[in-house]
Design a protein around this ligand. Structure first.
Ligand SMILES: Cc1cc2nc3c(=O)[nH]c(=O)nc-3n(C[C@H](O)[C@H](O)[C@H](O)COP(=O)(O)O)c2cc1C
Length: 192
């Protein structure tokens, strides 16, 4: 079983990484191989809104003309059985790196060839509000919306705030274990 964890934080010691690490621990506890990708360390450009109507070959062919790390990342998600998307909450929204990634991904997924790559992959989202603690539910709604638009099978969204990070990490570890069991078709919750 393969799992990918995509992080919109640049800080491997930060709160988003802590939350994603707890989820990965649960994934590994059920035998998943976990690969993690930190978007700010990758080369993912912003959409160029190529033509005068704001579209590009994304609309006709389900791919992006920009040659950067997007394709490799999409291939990694497509090859995985389960995927997790973890972003810090910025202005009650996705981080800029997660936004740039999902902005381009959703355009490619407007075309059936793009959408087919990720269709049905089980996914969870994690949004970590590490400042005041506000905005995680709104960020979850936005992340959920774009992941579904891309054809992913979003089975859970988990808002986290600085004040409940420790509590939510326990839940995230259980969620990771459950996600693998769910992907295997097991109905029962895994043991706590
Ligand atoms: C531009 C910016 C906007 C932010 N907006 C919020 C916010 O709306 N709510 C909140 O609780 N924290 C906010 N924060 C704090 C981040 O959520 C916090 O720094 C992040 O979870 C921790 O980052 P890390 O996971 O990379 O360590 C913001 C931080 C930045 C840099």
């Amino acid at each position: 079983m393969k799992a990918v964890v995509i992080l919109g934080s640049r800080n491997p010691d930060g709160q988003t990484a802590t939350a994603a690490g707890a989820l990965a621990e649960g994934l590994r506890s059920q035998g998943a191989d976990v690969a993690a990708f930190y978007l700010p360390q990758m080369h993912i450009e912003s959409c160029r809104q190529c033509d005068s109507a704001g579209w590009g070959v994304c609309r006709q062919e389900g791919r992006c003309v920009i040659e950067d790390d997007l394709d490799g990342l999409v291939d990694a998600v497509a090859a995985a059985d389960v995927a997790a998307f973890a972003t810090p909450v910025y202005f009650a929204d996705l981080s800029e790196s997660m936004k740039a990634f999902t902005d381009r991904l959703r355009r490619c997924c407007v075309h059936k060839a793009g959408k087919a790559k990720l269709a049905g992959t089980r996914a969870v989202g994690v949004c970590v509000a590490g400042g005041s603690g506000g905005g995680a539910p709104n960020c979850c709604a936005r992340l959920h919306s774009v992941l579904e638009l891309c054809g992913l099978d979003v089975v859970d969204m988990i808002p986290v705030r600085r004040q409940n990070l420790t509590l939510k990490c326990r839940l995230l570890t259980q969620t990771g274990a459950w996600l693998v069991a769910h992907a295997r078709g097991e109905q029962a919750d895994p043991p706590a």
